[in-house]
Write a protein that binds this ligand. Structure first.
Ligand SMILES: *[C@@H]1O[C@H](CO)[C@@H](O)[C@H](O)[C@H]1NC(C)=O
Ligand SMILES: *[C@@H]1O[C@H](CO)[C@@H](O)[C@H](O)[C@H]1NC(C)=O
Ligand SMILES: *[C@@H]1O[C@H](CO)[C@@H](O)[C@H](O)[C@H]1NC(C)=O
Ligand SMILES: [Zn+2]
Length: 517
């Protein structure tokens, strides 16, 4: 629910936030905001599945539509420069730099040179900027808007770029607000929790980026649910770094609301903060910023599809709908705002129904209580003790976590065998038991090359329609803000794009994935 800002205007009335202050004299642009929503790994079949589930389980009428159904304006093509099937890095760079690049590329062009992004161009033009994701904030999609590295696994270096460590861009920092997961990439290899910094590190050097963000740029850093809830009355200002988990945030199906905010809550708070900070005025009545640009990602829709886990896929889609509904509500009261939404690609090759019958059973998903990821993290350690594993699968996993009380021997054996294999084998075994019962099919544990939905709402949305290339979607973002990402490219010419000590031979550039550990 987007109520009147709790960030009291009066507390800001005489000063722009530090982040807005740092902006150069903004050109006299019309006030406008752009909200770019990315549903990672979400295809048309995912929308159909979620709609069918909600309709069936609630007895909604045939004509019931999801918020996305109402905002559909076309489709987007997804291929990258080197493959007909993209990864999220090339997909997000197509949006951020409005150009094709290779799978694995984060904010760099096909020839591995940094490319200016719409977020950086927006910042240069005086807009406030934000990134929200349920993944690590250093993951491919948010990374591609504010970092420039030749491979997505260089997350140590991505974290540096995200907070403008050693940046050649002014004003710095580039990103005024970040909400998501992944704080371990901001902690030195030997963490310093005594200073209130993250307790766990996944860096391979001693850089303390949490501390750096605070001291160099005055970032407000928050990492708990309570600190998130306490954000009010201007006591914490932009720039802000709010990272609530060491790695990715929880799947919606597993999330403990006492621990982590939801995608929708992060969306509402981010819009509120950016809007307030951009509309307050300098002493002379000039607005602090011409508006804001924010990218909001439902990141784990993709990961659930990688796992062929239909219930986790479903619940992250529904939570993404909730976030889109909150955005729509914001736009209804702030009509100078445009929302564009799309996916970087489809994941899983999800299909609905397969031989021999023309059916699918949404109710099978209703009693599922946990993701395959959580279930497998619990049962894989038991695989050395066969008896214990079988007991866990038959007394806990099937009846309590998946809601299956009449499991067949084959289903039990499939999960037990899966638990003895790789993490992926285990998650697929669990996901397939549920999918088979629901009569949902998957063609892959990776991405597919199909087109995805394109959604728009608000200012200027009526001119967006039809089938667009993903780079065209990026161009629409730049055009709405009246900025030129390519004008930033020369300023990035000397940016370091290769993480020190990173062995590129260990990664398969085409798959955009590590081939070893
Ligand atoms: C208002 O004040 C700001 C900050 O000092 C300054 O950048 C801007 O040019 C001023 N605008 C006008 C119209 O005087
Ligand atoms: C298990 O029970 C459900 C609900 O009664 C039923 O629809 C399903 O066919 C049964 N499955 C098996 C394998 O017995
Ligand atoms: C800072 O950036 C420059 C290029 O802009 C690079 O040569 C240098 O190695 C970087 N320093 C650190 C500490 O990352
Ligand atoms: Zn993916």
């Amino acid at each position: 629910m987007l109520t009147q800002s709790i960030y009291s205007l009066t507390l800001y009335s005489l000063i722009c936030s530090r982040a807005a202050h740092a902006a150069p004299s903004a050109k006299p642009a019309k006030h406008r905001n752009l909200i770019f929503m990315v549903s990672d790994g979400f295809g048309i079949a995912g929308e159909t599945m979620a709609r069918g589930y909600v309709q069936t389980t609630n007895n909604y009428p045939l004509e019931w539509a999801s918020v996305l159904d109402d905002l559909l304006v076309g489709t987007s093509r997804t291929r990258s420069s080197d493959s007909l099937v993209t990864d999220s890095a090339a997909g997000a760079t197509a949006f951020s730099c409005a150009q094709k690049t290779y799978n694995g590329a984060i904010g760099v062009s096909h020839d591995r040179k940094p490319c200016g992004t719409v977020l950086e161009a927006a910042k240069q033009a005086g807009y406030l900027t934000g990134l929200v994701s349920t993944a690590r904030i250093t993951h491919a999609t948010p990374g591609s808007f504010a970092a420039h590295v030749v491979h997505r696994d260089m997350e140590d270096l991505i974290a540096q770029h995200m907070i403008s460590y050693n940046s050649s861009l002014t004003p710095a920092p580039t990103v005024d607000l970040m909400f998501g997961g992944g704080r371990c990439f901001f902690a030195p290899e030997t963490p310093n929790p005594a200073a209130g910094n993250p307790k766990t590190s996944c860096r391979s050097d001693q850089l303390d980026l949490w501390q750096f963000a605070q001291t160099k740029y005055g970032y407000s850093t928050i990492s708990t649910r309570k600190q998130f809830d306490d954000l009010k009355a201007g006591d914490k200002k932009l720039p802000m770094l709010g990272l609530f988990t060491d790695s990715h945030m929880a799947y919606e199906i597993d999330r403990d609301p006492a621990d982590e905010p939801s995608l929708t809550e992060m969306t509402q708070k981010a819009l509120n903060m950016l809007h307030t900070a951009s509309t307050v005025t300098h002493g002379n009545g000039t607005a602090c910023a011409p508006g804001f640009f924010i990218m909001i990602e439902g990141a784990r829709i993709d990961m659930a599809a990688h796992d062929n886990d239909p219930a986790s896929h479903l619940h992250d889609i529904i939570e993404y709908w909730n976030a889109v509904a909150a955005v729509r509500k914001f736009i209804d009261t702030h009509p100078d705002t445009l929302m564009i939404g799309t996916s970087d690609h489809e994941t899983g090759g999800l299909t609905i129904g397969y031989d021999p019958e023309y059916v699918w059973y949404p109710n099978v998903l209703t009693p599922v209580r946990n993701s395959a990821e959580v279930i497998c993290s619990q049962i894989r350690p038991l695989s050395k003790d066969h008896g214990k594993l079988v007991t866990a699968v038959t007394t806990k996993v099937l009846p309590k976590q998946l809601g299956i009380i009449n499991a067949t021997h084959e289903e039990i054996n499939n999960i037990v065998d899966g638990a003895g294999g790789s993490a992926k084998a285990c998650k697929h075994a669990v996901g397939h038991v549920v999918s088979d019962r629901a009569r949902l099919g998957w063609t892959t544990g990776g991405h597919t090359g199909v087109d995805v939905g394109l959604y728009a709402y608000g200012a200027g949305s009526s001119t967006i329609r039809g089938n667009k290339d993903n780079t065209h979607v990026g161009q629409l973002l730049a055009d709405f803000l009246d900025v030129k990402p390519e004008s930033i490219t020369p300023l990035l010419a000397h940016q370091n794009t290769v993480q020190e000590g990173f062995d590129e031979n260990l990664v398969d550039m085409k798959a955009g994935k590590s081939v070893s550990v």
